[in-house]
Write a protein that binds this ligand. Structure first.
Ligand SMILES: NC(=O)c1ccc[n+]([C@@H]2O[C@H](COP(=O)([O-])OP(=O)(O)OC[C@H]3O[C@@H](n4cnc5c(N)ncnc54)[C@H](O)[C@@H]3O)[C@@H](O)[C@H]2O)c1
Ligand SMILES: *[C@@H]1O[C@H](CO)[C@@H](O)[C@H](O)[C@H]1NC(C)=O
Length: 378
């Protein structure tokens, strides 16, 4: 009897998991926002007179908050794979002319549900990447607005993804952990009691997405990004931003004043790895995912270690340490290292940039930028 159960339960689970054939089969018609029509039915109508309907191998992707640090680069990679017209960048800012030249850009405010819904329907969107947020520097000064954009914006894309049967990607962060989380390494599943508003809203996002996945089959996907390092964006006032600033300082003044202690170790990642992780995770068949929120790791270093590596190229770099109590306390509550073994096992995640590759790439990119802008290089 018992052995019968042991055979049948997994078999039934496999049969029930039709998710690899399409994420929406498990939907139990949620009545969100008063819409109760079945997205399956609608897409069947569409198929009749349309041959280029997006499908699993040929998605149509909308990126919200696409003009921030991460959106434009991700769009570039996705456009190479799926075609220029199939990746739609959006934001509430006016893009620079070169963004228009790379592919479709539309205005989209994540607080405007009807506008978002219109875009999803008109462009026949199947994947949504949710990057919009209000930066911490601005966010701390205007918590009410940041809360609205971060949390109400998230609720809007969750509802929309559920209603329109979208595969939804939402980024989380090392900031989703707190002083009571295991730090070295931080596993995917553990205590999460962050003490920053940023962390609290990210944990809320992870939990809301997972709830809607378990209850209604929403194809929610979330990665906890480490500090992302890129030569293309100006560092803001974030806790990991010294690791971008130090490269600019090395090639301009030759002096970096660090707001963290020399031995503060944090998980970091080259932006190229971050984009590739996001794309590969979005492409993974649903049946391979044992979790909906994964840590991804590449390297962990301290200010002192990155400075030492930079000095191999820029020997005169001088670093002084003047820890800012607020950011130091935050950094001390974050993981030292990420355990990303589940991502490696489930969907084959593997980073390409280590500290050495990161440093030489950052220095040569910033060097090129400075020279082409006519700026001196020290
Ligand atoms: N960059 C990192 O190191 C990092 C690390 C971990 C997690 N993340 C997460 O990744 C996401 C994207 O990060 P980023 O660095 O590109 O952010 P960013 O702050 O650079 O960009 C956010 C974009 O959202 C836009 N935006 C603001 N309000 C909006 C609204 N109402 N509607 C639509 N768009 C709006 C802004 O104009 C901006 O272009 C964020 O959720 C962030 O928390 C980033
Ligand atoms: C909103 O998100 C930004 C960036 O992701 C973060 O810096 C800020 O602290 C967040 N604020 C709130 C209130 O969630």
């Amino acid at each position: 009897m018992l052995s019968g159960v042991r055979v049948w339960v997994p078999l039934a689970a496999t049969l029930f998991r039709t998710s690899c054939l399409g994420g929406c089969n498990r939907m139990r018609s949620p009545q969100f926002r008063g819409f109760s029509w079945s997205p399956r039915l609608i897409s069947r109508w569409n198929t009749r007179d349309s041959i280029d309907l997006p499908n699993e191998d040929n998605p149509r992707i909308l990126i919200t908050g696409g003009l921030g640090q991460l959106g434009v680069g991700l769009a570039e990679i996705l456009r190479k794979q799926y075609g220029k017209e199939n990746v739609i960048l959006s934001d509430i800012k006016k893009p620079p002319p070169e963004v228009y030249q790379c592919g479709p850009f539309v205005y989209a405010d994540v607080l405007d549900y009807k506008n978002l819904r219109e875009l999803v329907v008109n462009y026949r969107i199947t994947w949504l990447v949710h990057y919009s947020a209000l930066l911490s520097v601005v966010g701390e000064a205007n918590v009410a607005l940041a809360r609205k954009i971060n949390i109400t914006g998230l609720h809007n894309v969750l509802d929309l993804a559920l209603e329109s049967c979208l595969r939804l990607f939402v980024p989380s962060t090392i900031g989703a952990f707190g002083p009571t989380s295991p730090r070295d390494p931080a596993p995917d599943l553990c205590v999460q009691r962050p003490r920053t508003i940023y962390g609290v809203s990210k944990v809320h996002g992870e939990l809301m997405g997972e709830y809607l996945h378990h209850k209604y089959g929403l194809d929610f996907r979330c990665l906890r990004y480490p500090g992302v390092i890129s030569a293309n964006t100006q560092p803001g006032g974030g806790t990991t931003d010294y690791a971008v600033q130090i490269f600019h300082d090395a090639l301009s003044t030759g002096h970096h004043e660090c707001y963290l202690r020399a031995d503060t170790r944090l998980p970091m990642m080259h932006i190229g790895d971050c984009h590739r992780a996001t794309v590969e995770f979005m492409q993974a068949p649903e049946c391979q995912l044992s979790l909906r929120t994964y840590n991804i790791a590449a390297m962990s270093f301290t200010p002192e270690e990155v400075a030492t590596e930079i000095r191999k190229h820029v020997p005169h770099l001088k670093v002084t340490y003047n820890p800012d109590p607020v950011r130091q306390t935050i950094a001390d509550s974050w993981p030292v290292r990420f355990d990303d073994s589940n991502a490696r096992r489930d969907w084959g995640w593997k980073s390409m940039y280590g500290l050495e590759e990161l440093v030489s790439d950052m220095l040569s990119s910033i060097h090129d930028k400075r020279t082409s802008a006519g700026l001196p290089v020290s």
